[in-house]
Design a binder for this molecule. Structure first.
Ligand code: AMP
Length: 225
């Protein structure tokens, strides 16, 4: 494995992007950049971006492109991303964001965009069961809880249901995915940068499929039989 990669993970809410991005960031030794996590942290600490984003997050609406591109530009300008790359999670979600990202990254683009495919009925079941650590954001579920009494295994924080995992906000986010983010998938396909990866199955298997697609895109031979 060659460390460093510039990777984007697309997929519906609940497709497993967060879980896979954490693993991929360890595998390729690059920062995991989640715009959702950045906005939740900004809302909590009441920064300017947080105050602009709060109402959108609560309603499951998309934060305006200029605000999103602002926080991403700042993050991509740090030394770790410049030197090693990144795994982007939850961004870009609109074609305008994809175009903005392309300009931010000039002259070098991304290595690959992975569309993690999971049927909507499975995603709805996963979102209803999803629980997260309120402090560090580690993902759990009602079928995969922390070891002790809804206390995070990683940091000891309280494990809760996300505030925007209500039925109404989930339905809104999935509708927005179809309307705004599905065109992003076509946008990357047209540029020859897209790999569609089946997101069903144990996380280790899904991770193996993604790594094989990334290595293939970078011309790195896979394991021989
Ligand atoms: P996530 O954790 O990726 O599901 O994001 C949670 C919420 O943050 C979304 O429902 C949006 O309100 C906001 N958000 C995160 N990323 C973006 C983005 N790229 N564009 C617009 N809004 C975003």
């Amino acid at each position: 494995m060659i460390p460093g990669v510039r990777l984007i993970l697309l997929g519906k809410q609940g497709a497993g992007k967060g879980t896979q991005c954490v693993r991929l960031s360890h595998h390729y030794v690059v920062p995991h950049i989640s715009t959702g996590d950045m906005f939740r942290a900004a809302v909590k600490s009441r920064t300017a971006a947080g105050r602009k984003a709060q109402a959108y997050l609560e309603a499951g609406e998309l934060v305006p492109d200029d605000v999103v591109l602002g926080i991403v530009a700042e993050r991509l300008d740090r030394d770790d991303t410049k030197a090693r790359g990144f795994v982007l999670d939850g961004f870009p979600r609109t074609v305008a964001q994809a175009e903005g990202l392309e300009s931010l990254l000039l002259p070098v683009g991304v290595d690959l965009v992975v569309d993690l495919e999971v049927p909507t009925e499975i995603v709805l079941r996963r979102l209803a069961a999803r629980r997260v650590c309120a402090v560090c954001g580690t993902n759990y579920s009602t079928t995969n809880p922390p070891k002790v009494d809804w206390t995070c295994d990683v940091c000891g924080g309280e494990v809760v249901q996300r505030e925007d995992d209500t039925e109404a906000a989930i339905a809104r986010r999935l509708a927005l995915y179809e309307a705004e983010t599905a065109p992003v998938i076509s946008w990357y396909r047209d540029r020859g940068l897209l790999a569609v990866v089946e997101g069903l199955g144990p996380p280790d298997e899904v991770m193996g499929r993604i790594v094989a697609a990334v290595d293939d895109a970078r011309g790195i031979p896979g394991p021989r039989p």
